[in-house]
Design a binder for this molecule. Structure first.
Ligand code: NAD
Length: 424
């Protein structure tokens, strides 16, 4: 699992906390990242859970040298350099802050925290740690879907002209059944929110990341359709949303709609994104993760139409190291790409992206959606982050030309008559 060494000469010691859904996905990534990418040397040292026996079994299966049931003692160890937090949201702040203060690089799953207050403390701990060369990153893994990374490149290159609006819908159905049991994800004190923090957070991150623009105001609506669910001692009140809707006002004169549901019967894990610009449009669905649909409106009108790009060429982001063309990749690869980028940032001493500041900014958007929903969907401002603290964007934002004074000043189509002329 080693391909190059750090200046210290010792491989980075990694600990992961949590070994269920995300713990397994991240473990899989730690296990295979060095087989494909050139990353600094590391060792999968310890997997942490709560139940000694169960975590020991998982550690053996997932390639960890040891297991432990007390995360505090693990982050104090001198041979641990990286802490990967795959535990539920209510634990993120406590573990991340302790780990950063102990000088460990931290990767934490999304959303950053359960509350704005916790997120602010985490961002502040990350800023102090950054000054000491300690890195932190939040796991918005869909930034590492090659098709979405390509979409971001095309938008940044101006291929859509001026982006005007984005539609994002993250739809699942695992709570459609009224008998689906209570879990930490359905209690506000453990999950923070429901579909909003769990999956709308991904959609909001994508809307901002793809366009390179920031949400400034929102309207929100939250619904809980199934008010009680079976718990260990009878029916228990559900205290989070089943579904969330938001409209987003953004810098760059962009508007976006976001919907998220865990009761969208028949939709399994569909993150649909549609980006509409003056010169073209893009559509994507996570259930067809290797495909990006691109309409190039600069072509003659008679040749226009969405074309399906199979994002599986060596020229595409992350794909040079994977299989020959057309030998497609899957959802789990996004976590491998995430670990690769995190490790490479540590090696070169740069702030990885998305940062805790990015996580905090998304948390502000989530909080604004909740506030708006409490106030009958009134337009609610999202306080701006201090830009000095933001991580460096990975690539240039949209061309300045199209952003002047918030006016749609994007380049005109070069060929083909504008559609409106045809209507008259
Ligand atoms: N990026 C994604 O696509 C994605 C998908 C699902 C979940 N998540 C996020 O990942 C995080 C974890 O979610 P999950 O689905 O893996 O949850 P999960 O319930 O499947 O697993 C949680 C894990 O945390 C462990 N844990 C709980 N308390 C602990 C403690 N005190 N000490 C040590 N371990 C403890 C549990 O033992 C379990 O292994 C959440 O923040 C969630 O929002 C991200």
């Amino acid at each position: 699992m080693t391909t190059s060494t750090l200046p210290s000469g010792r491989p980075l010691g990694v600990a992961a906390i949590g070994y269920a859904f995300m713990g397994k996905a991240h473990s899989n990534a730690w296990r295979n990242v060095a087989s494909f990418f050139d990353v600094p040397a590391f060792e999968q040292k310890v997997l942490v859970g709560r139940d000694d026996e169960a975590v020991a079994e998982a550690a053996a299966k997932y390639g960890w040298a040891e297991s432990a049931a007390d995360w505090r003692s693990v982050i104090e160890r001198d041979d641990i350099d990286v802490v990967d937090i795959c535990a539920p949201g209510w634990m993120h702040a406590e573990i991340a802050i302790a780990a950063l203060e102990a000088g460990k690089h931290v990767l934490v799953e999304k959303p950053l925290a359960n509350t704005l207050g916790e997120a602010e403390l985490m961002a502040s701990a990350a800023a102090s740690a950054r000054a000491r060369g300690v890195r932190s990153m939040i796991g918005f893994n869909y930034r590492r879907v090659p098709a979405l990374a390509l979409a971001r490149q095309l938008i940044a290159e101006g291929r859509l002209g001026t982006v005007r609006h984005v539609r994002a819908a993250y739809l699942q159905d695992w709570l459609s059944d009224v008998e689906a049991p209570m879990s930490w994800r359905l209690r506000k004190e453990t999950a923070g929110s429901g579909a909003l923090g769990d999956i709308a957070s991904h959609a909001i991150d994508q809307v901002q990341h793809l366009t390179g623009q920031t949400v400034t105001e929102v309207t929100g609506t939250l619904r809980t359709f199934v008010a009680e669910r079976p718990g260990p001692s009878g029916l228990e009140k559900v205290t989070v949303d089943d579904a969330a809707w938001a409209t987003l006002g953004m810098t760059g004169n962009i508007s976006a709609s976001v919907e998220a549901s865990r009761v969208a019967t028949g939709q399994k894990n569909s993150l649909k994104l549609e980006i509409y610009g003056s010169l073209g449009s893009l559509t994507f669905d996570l259930e067809s993760l290797n495909e990006l649909n691109f309409l190039d409106a600069s072509l003659p009108v008679r040749e226009q139409g969405f074309r399906r790009i199979l994002v599986n060429e060596p020229e595409h982001p992350y794909l040079e190291v994977w299989w020959p063309q057309g030998h497609i990749i899957g959802w789990e690869h996004t976590f491998t790409h995430q670990i690769r980028d995190f490790l490479c940032a540590i090696r070169v001493g740069e702030a990885p992206s998305p940062s805790f500041d990015d996580g905090l900014q998304i948390q502000r958007v989530l909080a604004a959606v909740e506030e708006s929903a409490r106030n009958r969907s009134v337009v609610t401002e999202v306080p701006a982050l201090d830009l000095g603290a933001k991580s460096t964007p990975e690539m240039p934002l949209q061309p300045e030309l199209s952003r002047e004074a918030g006016v749609d000043a994007g380049p005109r189509r070069e060929t083909g008559a504008p559609n409106w002329e045809r209507l008259h």
